[in-house]
Design a protein around this ligand. Structure first.
Ligand SMILES: Nc1nc2c(c(=O)[nH]1)N[C@H]1C(S)=C(S)[C@@H](COP(=O)(O)O)O[C@H]1N2
Ligand SMILES: [Mo]
Length: 444
């Protein structure tokens, strides 16, 4: 292993010193490298050619003076000694940004989506985590923030954030998804972000709620907890006591750093697998009660209306779902031959068991490869090879979770939910590839 490394380092440094003499005649080996000899050999097994690389590679239309065998200016001078107190992505990564939708029905009732088609792996960077605010982002001073727990308890208590952080804490990787991701209402989005960008995944650190509930002593008659946020919306949701005593967290950190203001700094409720709306941000109060609150956000909103005018109430769990993110809407296949499709799958009921993919609109399916780790209630990455030779394709992914639940088509889902349902659309997303390789939403 060590020897292997050393020889890799050696050959890299030989290469560097050769490049260090820009005016010297190009040695034979460098010519070979310039033509991409070894690389092209490796790619050929994947059906790629040098030619197709040149078409789709970063060099297209760009300055070629800095490409091998020439030496770019950044190799000939020193860079910045350090970047900044808080790092930022490369200025060239302009597409990896959230789409902002400021003001849904009134100003400050806004959301932004995660650019799923630009991301790799299962962790959403904090600056790209989706946002949904009903009354804007309050700038909460942690020194002036408290969590009050009262109601059917032996000992009502008020905690500072620092006091809460002293309880035993846990870290878990979980997804979070808004139940309107997307709604059942057209127009359907163009990109993966527009279709399903209200889902993100992070490592959350916080105190299990059950530990704090033991401290206050819950009355056995209590069956619900009503959680309230400190924002102008005073977002309020009822959570069943059984869930509170299971895996609910009082979260203060996300991906290793303190929560961002837009994610509920300094404290949020995290309810694994439940719809995003229950994850109360800027959490200020937990009211332990006998009956659910039937608050605005669980009656007028966030219930699923059926055709007969009744509603499915407390539809908390985000059912199994997946989406192909690469290639996806607005992408273009620039060469014929082998490609890899990549995507994410998740389930509010547990782990992903498998993901099937189709290139013919669901007539035939093959099993995708799951990227480890496959975690409970987290995004799971999948990939599968496919071939495109200029014909029209319809790409689809269908996830199955460990309970055996199969992600439905939109037709199957509306057959059960009716025509007026708004939330919880977890249906299969089709992407069309046309004869030019252009990828568009296959949902007309
Ligand atoms: N206090 C408060 N909590 C809230 C909200 C809010 O507007 N205020 N929005 C909810 C909704 S609808 C969702 S989907 C998630 C979004 O969390 P995020 O902005 O961290 O992605 O927070 C939920 N918790
Ligand atoms: Mo939401």
């Amino acid at each position: 292993m060590t020897e292997h490394r050393d020889s890799a380092v050696r050959s890299a440094s030989t290469q560097l010193s050769e490049q260090g003499a820009p005016d010297a005649p190009v040695p034979e080996r460098r010519r070979f490298l310039a033509k991409g000899g070894a690389l092209a050999g490796a790619l050929a097994t994947f059906g790629l050619s040098e030619h197709s690389l040149a078409q789709s590679g970063t060099a297209a239309g760009a300055e070629t003076a800095n490409l091998p065998p020439n030496v770019p200016p950044w190799t000939k001078q020193l860079g910045e000694p350090t970047a900044s107190p808080y790092g930022k992505p490369s200025k060239f990564e302009t597409r990896a940004v959230r789409n902002l939708y400021p003001g849904l029905t009134e100003p400050m009732s806004a959301y932004s989506t995660t650019p799923l088609q630009e991301l790799d792996g299962i962790i959403t960077p904090n600056g790209l985590f989706y946002e949904r605010h009903h009354a804007g982002v309050p700038q909460v001073d942690p020194a002036q923030h408290r969590l009050m727990i009262h109601g059917l308890v032996q000992k009502p208590l008020v905690f500072t954030v620092d006091e809460l952080r002293q309880f035993p804490s846990e870290s878990h990787i979980y997804f979070m998804e808004c139940s309107g991701n997307p709604s059942f209402l057209p127009p359907w989005g163009k990109t993966a972000a527009e279709v399903a960008g209200l889902v993100s995944c992070a490592e959350w650190t916080g105190v299990p709620l059950k530990i704090v509930l033991q401290e206050v002593g819950v009355d056995p008659a209590a069956e619900w907890i009503i959680a309230e946020g400190a924002d102008g919306a005073a977002m309020t949701r009822s959570i069943p006591m059984s869930k509170c005593m299971d895996d609910v967290l009082l979260v203060y950190s996300q991906n290793g750093e303190r929560l961002r203001p837009e994610q509920g700094y300094p404290l949020r409720l995290f309810v694994p697998g439940y719809e995003g709306n229950t994850h109360i941000k800027w959490l200020r109060r937990l009211h332990v009660v006998k009956q659910a609150g039937y608050t605005r956000e669980e009656t007028a909103k966030y219930t699923d209306l059926m055709d007969d005018g009744r509603a499915r109430k407390f539809s908390f769990i985000m059912e199994c779902k997946s989406i192909i993110t690469h290639p996806s809407g607005t992408h273009k296949l620039t060469r014929k031959g082998k490609h890899e499709m990549r995507g994410i799958a998740w389930s509010g009921r547990g782990r992903i068991a498998h993901v099937d993919v189709s290139v013919d609109g669901g007539n035939t399916w093959t099993e995708a490869q799951l990227q480890q780790p496959v975690l409970n209630k987290a995004l799971t990455a999948f990939r599968a090879p496919f071939e495109w030779n200029g014909e029209e394709l319809t790409l689809m992914s269908r996830a199955v979770d460990e309970t055996g639940y199969v992600q439905p088509t939109l037709e199957q889902l509306t057959a059960v939910r009716g025509q007026v349902s708004f939330y919880h659309n977890n249906s299969i997303q089709p992407w069309k590839v046309d004869a030019n390789g252009e990828v568009t939403n296959g949902r007309a």
